[in-house]
Design a protein around this ligand. Structure first.
Ligand SMILES: NC(=O)c1ccc[n+]([C@@H]2O[C@H](COP(=O)([O-])OP(=O)(O)OC[C@H]3O[C@@H](n4cnc5c(N)ncnc54)[C@H](OP(=O)(O)O)[C@@H]3O)[C@@H](O)[C@H]2O)c1
Length: 353
């Protein structure tokens, strides 16, 4: 039996995780948390709001699924890795903002860091049992979101409702907007850098509109291994929670008889500048990825509330990155300070604009 804590149990990933746990007799839900929605009775230990670490201390899980959205997930990621408890990580923002601290905590704690993001789960699986010296690069796939193929002019007047209509994935609002701006792919490039220990120039991104190819790994002999399946987050959630067993799911297998075409295209970095900005923040390192994440969170919230146009999201993130002076991310307090400063600058940037 594995005792599982689900943080963010009321969200898109959290609810699918509860379904996965209910279907696996070897998984026992011991704790569930949310930001504000009720979770009473979902699990023996529950908590609404506050620091999720308190819930983890009380419930003593074997594996923590961190499905909180945003920087609010950082403390739970660090606590879990420090304690040597296995971490099934959906909350990519915590690895982006606190990547170096998270890896150091994992090295001390010795637990497993199992990606739940479908792209990273795919790469993780393609890399299993391979000598890292044989890896040339990893290739993260992106659906391109609802605005694939549009130029900047055609993006000027898009609304939150337009951005929330994702073509292939049903997800929470923040990540859905991030998918429309491609900030999500930028966050994933930084996440991949930390998870797989590769420099940024060996983390590629390609558009694959149907999201059937979840990602690929290129090897030095010219071969590329890919992970395929219909887009369904229950697969990577189940894989991470039951690792290394790969328990069964009732997810539909690929149907080749109905004609499966796999098209790829390159990213339009001019129309979607957030991917390049994330890469740049990642390369600068230190607190820059944390700043990128914080400014993006502020901008996405403002866009969803109708206070910022779609193209303003990238502009605000770029201005905030310009305005800060990066520093090494030595401990959580410094990171929280960098996050707060970036949020203040982004808010001020919006007030001036
Ligand atoms: N959805 C996907 O398919 C998908 C795929 C890959 C990765 N991810 C990643 O998974 C994470 C969750 O995404 P999602 O789509 O599931 O988001 P979501 O549907 O918006 O759910 C977010 C969850 O986080 C909780 N939460 C928000 N603020 C919190 C706080 N301050 N403290 C504790 N809990 C808080 C929410 O509780 P309330 O309901 O009470 O607000 C909710 O349970 C994100 O990092 C996202 O990038 C998601």
């Amino acid at each position: 039996m594995k005792r599982v804590a689900v943080l963010g149990a009321t969200g898109s990933i959290g609810r699918q995780a509860l379904e996965v746990i209910a279907g696996h007799p070897q998984l026992e839900l011991v704790a569930a948390s949310s930001g504000s929605h009720p979770v009473d009775g979902l699990a023996p230990f529950t908590q609404v709001g506050g620091d999720p670490v308190e819930l983890l201390e009380r419930s003593e899980p074997d594996v923590v699924l961190n499905a909180i959205v945003g920087f609010a997930g950082v403390t739970a990621t660090l606590w879990t890795l420090e304690r040597g408890v296995d971490l099934a990580l959906a909350n990519k923002e915590s690895l982006v903002a606190a990547g170096e601290l998270a890896l150091a905590a994992q090295a001390r704690g010795g637990g497993r860091l199992l990606p739940v993001d479908s792209e990273h789960s795919a790469v993780f699986q393609c890399l299993e049992g391979r000598d890292r010296a044989t890896v040339r690069s990893i290739v993260l796939t992106a659906s391109g979101g609802p605005f694939r193929g549009r130029n900047r002019q055609q993006l000027q007047d898009v609304t939150p409702d337009d951005a929330l209509a994702h073509p292939t994935w049903q997800m929470g609002p923040k990540i859905t907007v991030d998918s429309a701006t491609l900030a999500n792919k930028g966050l994933e490039v930084i996440e991949a850098h930390f998870l797989f220990g590769l420099p940024y120039d060996r983390v590629e991104v390609v558009i694959q509109p149907t999201s059937v190819v979840h990602s690929l790994v290129r090897f030095r002999d010219g071969a590329a291994l890919a992970h395929l399946g219909y887009p369904d987050m229950r697969v990577p959630i189940s894989y991470a929670l039951t690792y290394p067993e790969r328990a069964g799911t009732d997810v539909e297998p690929l149907d080749f008889s109905s004609g499966l075409t796999l098209e790829f295209e390159s990213v339009d970095t001019e129309a979607f500048p957030l991917l390049g900005l994330a890469r740049r923040a990642g390369e600068l390192g230190g607190t820059y990825p944390c700043v990128f994440n914080a400014a993006n969170e502020v901008a996405v919230e403002a866009f969803l509330e109708g206070r910022l146009p779609f193209l303003g999201v990238a502009d605000l993130v770029a201005e905030t990155l310009e305005a800060v002076e990066g520093a090494p991310a030595r401990d959580l307090d410094e990171l929280i300070a960098a996050d707060e400063q970036a949020r203040r600058l982004a808010q001020r940037g919006m007030a001036v604009a």
